[in-house]
Ligand binder design. Structure first.
Ligand code: GRE
Ligand code: ZN
Length: 268
């Protein structure tokens, strides 16, 4: 069975709007960040962005057919302050990458792509009662975006990489026992850009407050290569054999217009 949407020519980002009308909206993500257009906003630093994550919150690693995703137990996790008017709870994290390390990030900075992008997805637990409920609300989700550049292997990410061969096919899922702490994914410098956007995958709900760290973190070429080995089809299914040859060799959506939206930046 061929996927309903994907990243190949015949089902890629340019076609999503046919089945997912929100993908054609004016609050879509990702965008190209033009650093010279960012508005410094003292309000962002009045109550600084803050987070708390729990060691060992990672519960399961899954192959979604579009990449890997780690489901977490959000109890005790918290993201607040900065652009957020509520408390947000961690739900999952996942990654986007490209077929080589010159591309792969969803957000670009001054037109430049990074090798990948990690998304820590949180939901507004002050106002809503579940991720599912929050996911369609304009203030429902807050995503921390972390740009990945090719360099040294990332130790925390390696705990995921070393288990990817156990979820080679779409729909496979394993329990995670290594204590992963998402705080270890964050860059040293925590200045960020923020704007209002969407999920970058169908149905592309316009429900995300994006917070993109300015500083990238390093991952190795071997780690990126391991991501590209995931298959987009289930075990026992025939390879769809489109131009991606059944591998999730890339899974990023290219940037869309910022339009009338404000891009703000924190100082610290
Ligand atoms: C995604 O699927 O890539 C995604 C989510 C939720 C928030 C942001 C995002 O599932 O990019
Ligand atoms: Zn994402």
């Amino acid at each position: 069975m061929s996927l309903d949407w994907g990243y190949a020519q015949n089902n890629g980002p340019a076609t999503w709007v046919e089945k997912y009308p929100q993908a054609g909206g004016t609050r879509q993500s990702p965008v190209d960040i033009d650093p010279s257009k960012a508005l410094p906003d003292a309000a962002l630093d009045a109550e600084p962005l803050s987070w708390r994550y729990v060691d060992g919150c990672a519960r399961a690693l899954a192959n979604t057919g579009y990449g890997w995703k780690v489901d977490v137990d959000g109890a005790g996790s918290l993201l607040k302050g900065g652009p957020l008017d509520a408390e947000y709870t961690l739900e999952q994290f996942h990654c986007h990458w490209g077929c080589n390390s010159d591309e792969g990030s969803e957000h670009t900075v001054g037109g430049r792509a990074y090798a990948g992008e990690l998304h820590l997805v949180h939901w507004n637990s002050t106002k809503y009662s579940s991720f599912g409920e929050a996911a369609s609300q304009p203030d429902g989700l807050a995503v921390l975006g972390i740009l990945l550049q090719s360099g040294e292997a990332n130790e925390e990410l390696e705990k995921i990489v070393k288990r990817l061969s156990e979820v080679q096919h779409r729909g496979e899922k394993i329990k995670i026992s290594d204590p992963i702490n998402p705080v270890k994914f964050l860059p040293e410098e925590t200045a960020y850009w923020t704007y209002l956007g969407s999920l970058t995958t169908p149905p592309c709900n316009e429900s995300v407050i994006w917070i993109l760290f300015k500083q990238a973190i390093e991952v190795s070429d071997e780690q990126l290569a391991a991501f590209r080995q995931l298959r987009c089809y289930a075990a026992g299914e025939e390879c769809p054999c489109d131009e991606l040859r059944g591998f999730v060799s890339l899974n990023y959506r290219p940037p869309l217009p910022l339009g009338e939206r404000q891009l703000r930046e924190s100082r610290v």
